[in-house]
Design a protein around this ligand. Structure first.
Ligand SMILES: [Ca+2]
Ligand SMILES: [Ca+2]
Length: 184
């Protein structure tokens, strides 16, 4: 796979410093192909933690953002998107899909109406779960029997009411939760 690495190295140089764009491209390729290891090599080489830092010190409450701890959250329960489209919408809003790092945070975001997408995925390496915003994947809250990779489920959704997690079909259209860091 030396030629593959060389190919992405050239691509990296061509795209200059826009590593976010390259990371999204690689993530998209991992989601669309079964040959994960093929693209994971390049992805791991250039996959930098994404920057969802919020330069503003407060959450934009007037536009539907909510505050929990030092972060801002927006619940998109009126629209349905695939995991990739949902993530793009969060990124366009200066955020990322939500990451969960504590039981309190999990409880805060637990939906009541419909299942919601979160930022967890194992599309790079099967079973290697990670958050799109680069948070450590330490706190876990799997529903019984999951993750089961049922027909290749690689994207993380949260079940209604109990807040347990399901590895889910990335193409399903669901509501979603965006999060951005609200520190000064
Ligand atoms: Ca999986
Ligand atoms: Ca599952």
């Amino acid at each position: 796979s030396h030629s593959l690495v060389l190919y992405f190295h050239v691509l990296f140089l061509v795209m200059g410093e826009d590593t976010n764009q390259l990371r999204d491209l690689l993530l998209g390729l991992c989601l669309r192909t079964r040959r994960k290891s093929f693209f994971a090599i390049a992805a791991k080489t250039y996959f930098l933690p994404s920057s969802s830092a919020n330069p503003s010190p407060q959450c934009d409450l007037a536009n539907g953002w909510m505050t929990y701890g030092s972060n801002c959250y927006k619940f998109k329960s009126d629209t349905r998107k695939s995991w990739t489209s949902a993530r793009h919408d969060c990124v366009a809003d200066g955020a990322d899909l939500v990451s969960i790092t504590s039981a309190g945070e999990n409880q805060f975001v637990t939906p009541t109406g419909i299942s919601m997408w979160m930022g967890g995925h194992d599309s790079m390496t099967e079973g290697g779960w990670e958050w799109t915003d680069g948070s450590p994947f330490r706190f876990i809250h799997w529903n019984a029997g999951n993750p089961d990779d049922y027909y290749g489920e690689d994207c993380l959704s949260m079940l209604i009411n109990n807040g347990y997690w399901n590895d889910d079909n990335c193409e399903y259209k669901r509501g979603y939760i965006c999060k951005r860091r609200g520190e000064k």
